[in-house]
Design a protein around this ligand. Structure first.
Ligand code: SF4
Length: 470
């Protein structure tokens, strides 16, 4: 079966009920389905870039594609369920067109694929996160080319105004609830000069904002020979001409150093927004999660960040209903949210992830109904906080980098990562872009000053008062 699919020895084993009959066909098109975090989205973009460099064209549905990739997530049960149901849709397709290459990539794929191959026999390839090689080997062989000689940088070929740049892979921390270190492996940072070249390439393709990605992005560099840190990387990227904004995601409180805070404060292009997952507001729960900080330490860090970076926006992640979480412990999480008044909170209900420390050693003993109530209570609390935070912006002028046009409105983000819908009322700038007239300006990729006229907990609305001249 391996030979029929054209797999090299480096590839993962192949299973599939349609695989026995297929006729090797030159693949011309691909479809990638992605669920999960920004890192997964970046991985999909990078695989897409490699496939395009091999001459394949992206298409909008699996039915049109010769290569179908599902990039999976197992951080929560709901994400895993979505993957299983998406995979189910491709079964009839594989029966009809057995030559279609179907691959499952991402965090659902662990070191052992036997169980997955039994559940999804119509999937040809199982690839761990960022393990593109098995698929590229198959495609290369079907095309009769040495793909390694054809594929250069994996930076997206047709990026939008903003792009993700993975700077550190894996994670060396083992939070008890988290499966990621088992699936993405140990921390591995990419060298600074390689990242500068990649960002220069992206900017040459029209990108104006990059988001540096890592599971613990502020741990960047500790594994590299001369130990640069995230502050060094930000300073190295800052001079890239025509790059307007730099963001980074996701930080871990134990790595957020004064040097990083200072770099964000000093460097104009680095946006004043820090995502700093707290997960819980009670020391016993934080300890059970192996987060490595106490509530007090987290709050003092928030104070230092706010002192160092005026007008910084803060977002966080919270899990409710972790093993053993009592009502009182939950109330401390609520009080922490109240005290910090984050701009955004990503809330999740705890679900056991097989293979994690919590799954092996702790009891998932908070009833689902209680988890649901806690989740709802925090949603309501945070909606109120975000409503008040955003309402303060009404009447002010914010800088928006416009990303696209949706439903007749321009859409972009502030430096503080707030979503803004923009009505363009200013005359066309000079010099105009090709095809622009006074009433029909393409704002995509432009930075505009927007007066905020309406606010909601989730977004802002406003009208342009000024725009740049690019
Ligand atoms: S820091 Fe913790 S939650 Fe984040 S990826 Fe690492 S183990 Fe998972």
């Amino acid at each position: 079966m391996v030979q029929q699919l054209g797999l090299s020895r480096r590839a993962q084993p192949v299973q599939g009920d349609g695989a026995d009959n297929h006729v090797s066909k030159k693949p011309r098109s691909f479809f990638i389905w992605t669920v999960g975090c920004q890192m997964n989205k970046a991985d999909s973009e990078r695989l897409g870039s490699a496939l395009e460099q091999l001459g394949l064209t992206p298409v909008g549905t699996p039915g049109e594609a010769d290569v179908v990739v599902f990039n999976s997530c197992v951080v929560r049960q709901s994400a895993e369920d979505k993957v299983a149901s998406a995979l189910g849709t491709v079964k009839p397709l594989k029966r009809e067109r057995p030559e279609t290459v179907v691959a499952l990539m991402g965090c659902m794929v662990g070191p052992q694929t036997r169980e997955l191959a039994r559940r999804f026999p119509y999937v040809d390839l199982f690839m761990r996160p960022q393990e593109y090689r098995p698929l590229l080997d198959v495609i290369g062989e079907r095309l009769g080319v040495d793909w390694e000689g054809c594929v250069g940088s994996l930076a997206p070929s047709h990026p939008g105004v903003t792009a993700y740049v993975p700077v550190i892979h894996g994670c060396d921390l083992f939070c008890t609830f988290c499966i990621i270190p088992y699936r993405r492996g140990r921390q591995a940072s990419r060298p600074v000069d390689e990242l500068v070249r990649e960002v220069e390439r992206l900017v040459a393709r029209g990108v104006r904002e990059v988001t540096l990605l890592g599971q613990t992005v502020d741990a960047y560099g500790a594994d590299l020979p001369d130990g640069p840190d995230l502050a060094d990387l930000l300073r190295a990227l800052h001079p890239v001409a025509d790059l307007e904004r730099i963001r980074f995601l996701t930080s871990h409180p134990i790595f957020m150093s004064e040097r990083i805070i200072q770099a964000v404060a000093e460097l104009d292009k680095v946006c004043e927004h820090i995502n700093l997952p707290v997960q819980a507001g009670n020391d016993a729960v934080l300890d059970a999660m192996h987060r490595g900080y106490t509530r007090g330490e987290y709050l003092r860090l928030i104070e230092r960040i706010r002192r160092g970076i005026p007008d910084v926006a803060l977002s966080t992640d919270v899990i409710v209903g972790f093993c053993g979480e009592t009502d009182e412990q939950f109330r401390q999480t609520a009080s922490l949210l109240q005290e910090v008044a984050f701009d955004k909170v990503h809330l999740a209900r705890y679900s056991t992830r097989p293979g994690t420390i919590a799954a092996r050693k702790m009891e998932d003993d908070v009833p689902e109904t209680v988890k649901e109530q806690r989740l709802k209570a925090l949603e309501e609390l945070q909606t109120g906080i975000a409503t008040r935070n955003n309402a303060r912006l009404k009447g002010t002028v914010v800088e928006v980098l416009v990303e696209a046009r949706d439903d007749g409105k321009w859409r972009g983000r502030t430096r503080t990562d707030k979503l803004v819908f923009v009505e363009d009322l200013t005359p066309a700038p000079f010099p105009r872009r090709e095809g622009e007239t006074a009433g029909k300006t393409d704002l995509t990729g432009r930075t505009v000053s927007v007066e905020v006229t309406h606010t909601s907990p989730w977004s802002l609305r406003g009208r342009t008062v000024r725009r740049d001249q690019r």
